[in-house]
Design a binder for this molecule. Structure first.
Ligand SMILES: [Zn+2]
Length: 414
């Protein structure tokens, strides 16, 4: 047995990288997709049956059935139900194990109560014994029960080590296979650069260097197409084939937009981590509170508010993802990520430090009432964020409390 000191020493030499999904597009033929869909519905059936059983659990009646007994119950159910017997036992057994893990995570407090799996939303299943075959640089295949070899596109290298594989179908009917593996190590050279980042609605990202980046949004012609599809759907009879086809088109539209946003996030986070040794971000929770409080005053009218709220929720989703990806990638190559309080970063002058709400000439422009310093408001905030972050590290990571504009450190990934 290694001593505790030895374990700690080993841990210190093995940097922890977050596990992320390595997802590939699967190309299934008609026969295979039918079986893949069947595996998904079997998984739903098994999980929902177990959920019903779990809900009936009463401590007074004794312990719930253990994993071994659950497997026996599944075998009995397969005996009793011929249609269930037609499905793959390997897939159904894995659904039992997945449910066991969901329950364990629920009791551990890391996850919520297991949910009811619904058709069209929960379309996935797990393959336990992963067997892979590589055809060439761009194509590989995975062995799936009842399906044989299902080909998938190697859009990026396969992870060196991986666990189980998970098949998912998105709203647009596309199949994906994903493996859970650590975030790949990013190779970079030390640049000596530091950057502060302001996340906003007008420009998604404004850096302290004055760079402004916008997340892709649907073009006017695309928005028009969506409106036309929505109108067509409204005219069509419920349950008709034509309506189903229109619904698929709408789903594809949304999936394409989401893909584009995700691509922007991946490319931007990689570039920021590659170019900078230290990245300072603002604490998102505080920021969203500041923003929403401001929004109620400047944007009256119920319809406007609704729309603004929706836009903000989409943006917040993007911000959270961007932050996670920056932290994931930074952790693999020693880039420091600092989160600072966003309070007063939009009111403080980056030139002289004067903090006043009157400094904001408009939503977009900043003009200091003390020294006349002018700048784009987001750029000014980004500079303040960078300054707050460097102040924190300069003092050895302890947060000061001498004023309201002092930065408080809340997360450091090194
Ligand atoms: Zn000033």
């Amino acid at each position: 047995m290694p001593s505790v000191a030895e374990i700690i020493r080993v841990r210190r030499h093995q940097p922890y990288y977050r596990f992320v999904a390595h997802r590939y597009r699967a190309v299934a033929n008609t026969d295979q997709s039918r079986w893949l869909a069947r595996h998904c519905s079997d998984t739903r059936f098994v999980k929902n049956a177990l959920l019903e059983q779990f809900k009936l659990y009463n401590p007074a009646l004794g312990a719930t059935p253990g994993p071994a007994e659950r497997m026996r119950e599944l075998a009995d159910a397969r005996q009793a139900l011929p249609w269930l017997r037609e499905g793959s036992s390997a897939v159904q057994q894995q659904a039992v194990r997945d449910f066991d893990r969901a329950v364990a995570s629920f009791f551990a407090g890391t996850h919520g109560y297991p949910c009811w799996w619904r058709r069209g939303i929960h379309e996935s299943f797990t393959v336990r014994d992963v067997k892979l075959r590589r055809y060439d640089r761009h194509n590989a295949a995975i062995l799936v029960p009842k399906c044989g070899w299902v080909r998938f596109r190697l859009s990026r290298p396969l992870p060196v080590e991986y666990g189980m594989a998970r098949f998912t179908m998105d709203r647009a009917g596309r199949w994906h296979v994903s493996f859970t593996a650590p975030q790949p190590i990013m190779l970079r050279t030390v640049t000596g650069q530091t950057v502060g980042i302001d996340l906003g609605v007008k420009a998604t990202i404004t850096t302290s260097n004055g760079e402004r980046l916008r997340a892709p949004a649907p073009r006017a012609s695309e928005q028009q197409r969506l409106r036309r599809l929505e109108r067509r759907k409204a005219r069509q009879r419920k349950g008709s084939n034509r309506r189903e086809r229109t619904k698929r088109c709408i789903a594809r539209w949304h999936v394409r937009q989401a893909d584009r946003r995700k691509d922007f996030i991946e490319q931007t986070s990689t570039r920021l981590v590659r170019e900078n040794d230290v990245i300072v971000l603002e604490d998102l929770k505080i920021k969203s509170m500041v923003r929403s409080a401001r929004g109620t005053v400047t944007e009256p009218g119920s319809h406007v508010r609704q729309k603004a709220g929706l836009n903000r929720s989409i943006h917040q989703q993007g911000w959270a993802m961007l932050r996670h990806r920056i932290q994931d990638k930074a952790a693999t190559c020693g880039v420091q990520v600092i989160a600072v309080s966003a309070a007063y970063t939009s009111q403080k002058c980056s030139g002289c430090g004067h903090t006043a709400p009157e400094n904001r000439e408009s939503q977009a422009d900043f003009r200091c009432v003390a020294c006349g310093h002018r700048r784009n408001a987001d750029h000014n905030a980004a500079i303040n964020i960078l300054a707050a972050g460097t102040a924190v590290t300069g003092r050895g990571g302890t947060a000061g409390s001498s004023g309201p504009d002092e930065a408080s450190i809340s997360a450091v990934a090194a």
